[in-house]
Design a protein around this ligand. Structure first.
Ligand SMILES: CC(C)(COP(=O)(O)OP(=O)(O)OC[C@H]1O[C@@H](n2cnc3c(N)ncnc32)[C@H](O)[C@@H]1OP(=O)(O)O)[C@@H](O)C(=O)NCCC(=O)NCCS
Length: 192
């Protein structure tokens, strides 16, 4: 199987990118969200208009094989208020957040998620920033992917009481962080 090509999305990609995000969301979360909640997401935060607004500040990466868009990742500055995060550790200033990583159901299990995640991690490495993400506690497949890329469990996200009201037994999102390696050289050991 050819390696996917991962690159930064262009403005012209946004309608296709929105369709992809909506397809993956509807397929992946149909048994977690009520039809009404799914529709709200698709017409709200995953609509082409919202994604265009988000693209003003966030970076969208797309994965293609033979020119066909198969996956996306969205990276932005972590803007969750500190009081909504429960973290027993500090984040680096300007920490980045992996807001979404979505691969079309028909293309999953072929390394596309891994390629997108590597590209997203590289963005954080270039910025010298920690990267944070949240993942539904039951999404073990995504958690394995993140752990392989060096993310570790660090806490959970406190959600508004009604946010996940329609999720069946899925009230918790876990926070995972990938630390940026400290690039500052350690001071040389003083001579005796
Ligand atoms: C989570 C998600 C992004 C992973 O994407 P993916 O393209 O399937 O990921 P990969 O193919 O790189 O890795 C997934 C699995 O396939 C395996 N795999 C990777 N490359 C492979 C290849 N060439 N051949 C066969 N299997 C392969 C991996 O080992 C991994 O196995 P595991 O689940 O047992 O650990 C994707 O499943 C998805 O979009 N899910 C729905 C949305 C979602 O939950 N997003 C994350 C939370 S927002």
């Amino acid at each position: 199987m050819n390696a996917p090509r991962v690159e930064r999305a262009r403005r012209a990609d946004l309608p296709e990118l929105a369709r992809l995000a909506q397809t993956v969301h509807a397929h992946s979360f149909a048994d977690l969200l009520s039809p009404a909640a799914l529709r709200r997401d698709i017409e709200g935060p995953l609509s082409a208009w919202h994604l265009r607004m988000q693209a003003r500040s966030d970076l969208f990466l797309v994965a293609r094989r033979k020119g066909v868009m198969l996956g996306l990742a969205q990276v932005g500055v972590c803007d969750t208020p500190a009081e909504d995060l429960w973290l027993p550790c500090m984040l680096s200033p300007g920490a980045l957040e992996l807001r979404r990583i979505y691969v079309l159901p028909t293309a999953q299990g072929q390394g596309i998620g891994t390629a997108l995640l590597e590209a997203a991690v590289e963005v954080a490495a270039q910025a010298g920033a920690d990267m944070l993400l949240d993942v539904w506690a039951g999404n073990t497949s995504a958690q394995r992917l993140y752990a392989c890329a060096g993310f570790v469990f660090c806490g959970n996200r406190m959600l508004p009481p009604d946010t996940r009201a329609h999720r069946r037994g899925a009230s918790l999102d876990l926070i995972m962080i990938r630390r940026h390696r400290d690039r500052i050289a350690r001071p040389a050991k003083a001579l005796d």
